[in-house]
Design a protein around this ligand. Structure first.
Ligand code: FAD
Length: 485
């Protein structure tokens, strides 16, 4: 967040009307706003926090259409025709973004570099082959003998990809929107959406109303449930990143297809970033190990490296491996959902914004990403894991019994404890000060676990994260946890 500068935008303070409301000012929402502005479409954009402060602020911002194992997944789940369409649209998203940076002269530390993707294990070399075959229909990759900092048996190089500073890019877009008098509001959380015939009354901060005909939902995880059963189709995956000072000079971004997935990217002359250790949210709570795995890889390539910062964030992963850009559900035809970028949000946000704009003008748009698609049997394993995971979270919140004494909680830590036949969340602030919260995620009622590295409560099901006092940090939950006493 080093390059974040506060725009001090207003929040919604009275009831208002707008033909179109964008919910969420991350990459997806901002790019929709930018396209609407360019097409003279009137809109309001609201964000529950500061603009550009969600997942998009924590991304590592490698802009490439070579989306690692996704090509293999899409071939398996949707066939070759769709994988080609996916690649074509990602190339288009890539080009749109490159043109915006150039035409709007956005100062975002743009740097062209190759992306080098490799694998060591035979099963992953097959995945790499599928990526290579798809890219090579358009002559986009070559096998390379990379200056291999990740030990692989096979590497392919995709030239002329690029990296940027994501905050600077989004700040550039926000400046353009402000200069063009777009209506942008921060600290304006959507707390309820009421449908009146074909219109919507959207409640902001439990108080003000925005009346609108159309909603563009770019708030990352869908916030109306159980419509279209998104909670069984999208999971959240957590990913970690560590920045370190190093004398090592990299000439490309390196991605490994071997598990656990990881990548190295350049940042500035002395700093590199390693990312990876991805896992489903709520499952693996050994956060230290996730960071340690990455750090051990750093020391393998440079024993004198100095760690400068580490962070995590999470992204929405559709189980059938295609993002969602389209009509929310049969009940909500005037809501367009944009989500499910699977850690490839840049090309996807740009192509999504173009498709959403075309939808508004009733023009042809790419229905590859339509929301009404049959996902259940595309990946049975993931579907059952998703449902089992949700049920597990729901059941645990009611049955799990664990006797813990308040005194056993370390100061500055949290624990789930049994009180009055219920599990409750307790955070110990100081020797005698505790915060007691209901062990029920405000999204769908799943139980929570304590993450002692980041000092947050995490939902076991759909990725919501709350701070130690129960305030929402990441959705899909909209409301804070209930304080008990
Ligand atoms: C570790 C990591 C590394 C990544 N690296 C790359 C990369 O190298 N290249 C790449 O292309 N992609 C990458 N991605 C993916 C990319 O960062 C994401 O796909 C993208 O940022 C998602 O953008 P978004 O706008 O959907 O979400 P967000 O940026 O989270 O924006 C959603 C916004 O909605 C707001 N909001 C939520 N609920 C409400 C509400 N109720 N009312 C009002 N506002 C609300 C939030 O405050 C937030 O600002 C990475 C992701 C991760 C996790």
């Amino acid at each position: 967040m080093k390059d974040y500068y506060d725009k001090n935008l207003p929040s919604i303070k009275k009831d208002v009307n707008t033909p179109i409301l964008i919910i969420g000012g991350g990459l997806a929402g901002l790019m929709c706003a930018y396209n609407f502005m360019k097409n003279n479409i009137d809109f309001i954009l609201v964000d529950s926090k500061k603009l550009a402060s969600g997942v998009s602020a924590n991304t590592t911002a490698q802009i490439t259409y070579a989306h690692t194992n996704l090509y293999d997944d899409i071939i398996k789940k949707h066939g070759k025709e769709k994988v080609n369409r996916y690649l074509e649209s990602q190339i288009e998203g890539f080009n749109i973004m490159q043109n915006i940076i150039k035409e709007e002269t956005i100062d975002c530390d743009y740097k062209e570099e190759s992306t080098i993707i490799g694998a060591y294990l035979q099963k992953n070399i097959k995945i790499l082959d599928n990526l290579q075959n798809t890219l090579n229909k358009y002559n986009l990759s070559k096998v390379t003998n990379a200056n291999n900092i990740i030990f692989n048996k096979k590497d392919i190089e995709i030239e002329n990809q690029f990296i940027i500073n994501p905050i600077k890019y989004m700040m550039g877009i926000i400046d353009i929107l402000i200069d063009n008098n777009c209506k942008l509001y921060e600290n304006s959380k959507v707390t309820k959406i009421n449908k009146n015939n074909n219109n919507y009354e959207v409640i902001i901060n439990n108080k003000y109303k925005i009346n609108t005909n159309k909603i563009i939902m770019t708030c990352h995880y869908p916030i109306i449930n159980p419509d279209n059963l998104y909670f069984t189709k999208i999971f959240q995956s957590k990913s970690y990143a560590v920045a370190f000072k190093s004398k090592l000079k990299l000439d490309a971004n390196y991605l490994s297809l071997d598990e656990p997935y990881y990548y190295f990217r350049t940042y500035d002359d002395n700093t590199l970033i390693i990312g990876g250790s991805d896992h489903y949210t709520g499952i693996n709570n050994d956060i230290n190990k996730c960071y340690d795995d990455l750090i051990s890889k750093i020391y393998r390539i440079d024993k004198d490296a100095k760690i400068v910062s580490k962070w995590f964030t999470e992204d929405c992963m559709p189980i059938d491996s295609l993002p969602y850009v389209g009509v929310y559900s049969n009940n909500h035809k005037n809501i367009i959902l944009v989500t499910g970028f699977q850690k490839w949000g840049f090309t996807n946000s740009h192509i999504a914004a173009k498709n959403v704009t075309n939808m508004l003008f009733n023009k042809i748009y790419d229905d590859l990403y339509k929301t009404h698609r049959y996902t259940l049997f595309r990946d049975l394993k993931s579907t059952f894991r998703m449902i089992a995971h949700s049920i597990d979270g729901l059941i645990l919140s009611k049955l799990f019994i664990k006797k813990e004494d308040l005194n056993n909680i370390k100061i500055g830590s949290g624990k789930v404890i049994r009180s009055n036949n219920k599990n409750i969340l307790v955070y110990r602030e100081s020797k005698d000060k505790y915060v007691f919260l209901k062990n029920k995620c405000t999204h769908l009622g799943c139980s929570l676990i304590w993450n002692d590295v980041d000092k947050v409560w995490e939902s076991k099901c759909h990725g919501s994260i709350f701070d130690k006092y129960g305030k929402v940090i990441y959705g899909p939950a909209i409301n804070d946890l209930e304080e008990l006493f």
